[in-house]
Design a protein around this ligand. Structure first.
Ligand code: ATR
Length: 269
């Protein structure tokens, strides 16, 4: 079997080493490669995949929405989100899924077992936030709250959530058990913290969907205050494991996948 991840840029993706380690651990005969597809070549996607005889692929930035017109079917969860990160090809038919949100929630549930009763605040209202909200809504009983800089972003949301500005979120911060940053504030060269953590309650778990760096500025700040923190590494590993399950019906070796990713991240330091 042949699998791939498409994106642009894609050379730093750890998906190939992670999936290939899983194939090896399970003695599953397959390959997984990274394909750099710039937006201007995206219209050739069907030809590229057919020529390479790909059975399934992942989609990363910036193609998660661009892939939609090429699909024959979209799973209902992915439809709610409006973004695709996994495609399964069956007899030439392309079926789209989104495993990002479920990947994150599975990991979060392990570090925060009582997720059902948690009061959760999501920071940011882009595609990533929508994916998490759709998956969290299936597990959490309390109404989710989503805070964003630009309120008009919520016009494209049809999920049932409370909405507020980032300023309001700062003021009400001590009412939340889990705070999840989905904005790129704090990634690589951007050192901003998206909201002030002055009002953070002592035991609130602070999370970020980013895993490089392992501790984004918001996680460093929360840790310095003595709060528990949780980054996006499990989300990355679990979304891959969920994709593998969609493609093959088999359960992935999550431990091998995570160890492999950690090992490669260490080598980059
Ligand atoms: P993704 O698919 O990764 O979610 P996106 O759809 O571009 O990316 O959404 C990015 C989110 O991060 C948005 O909620 C954006 O806020 P706006 O709607 O106001 O643009 C938010 N965001 C990006 N940079 C930010 C910053 N420096 N401070 C606060 N929010 C930021």
């Amino acid at each position: 079997m042949k699998y791939a991840v498409i994106g642009h840029p894609i050379q730093h993706s750890l998906s190939p080493v992670m999936h290939n380690a899983n194939f090896k651990a399970l003695d599953f005969e397959a390959t997984y490669e990274a394909l750099d597809i710039p937006p201007k070549h995206f219209h050739l996607i069907k030809e590229i995949m057919t020529e390479k005889e790909i059975d399934g692929f992942n989609i990363t930035i910036p193609h998660k929405e661009r892939i939609i017109p090429y699909l024959d079917e979209i799973d209902t969860h992915a439809q709610t989100i409006g973004a695709i990160n996994t495609v399964k090809i069956v007899n030439g038919k392309w079926i789209g899924y989104n495993t990002d949100g479920i990947g994150y929630v599975k990991g979060l549930n392990r570090v925060y077992p009582n997720l059902k009763d948690a009061c959760i605040l999501l920071l940011g209202a882009g595609g990533a936030s929508k994916g998490l909200a759709a998956a969290l809504n299936q597990v959490v009983e309390q109404q989710l709250t989503v805070a964003n800089r630009t309120m008009s972003r919520f016009d494209s949301w049809d999920l049932s959530v409370n909405t507020m500005s980032l300023k309001e979120a700062e003021t009400h911060l001590n009412t939340f058990d889990v705070v999840i940053n989905t904005t790129p504030a704090g990634m690589s060269d951007n050192q901003d913290v998206v909201i002030s953590l002055d009002q953070l309650a002592p035991n609130t778990l602070v999370s970020d969907i980013v895993y490089v760096p392992a501790k984004t500025p918001i996680l460093k700040l929360a840790e310095a205050k003595g709060n528990p923190i949780y980054n996006g590494l499990d989300m990355f590993v679990n979304q891959g494991a969920e994709s593998f399950k969609i493609w093959t019906g088999q359960t992935a070796d999550i431990n091998v996948m995570k160890e492999t990713v950690l090992e490669h991240l260490k080598r980059r330091d």
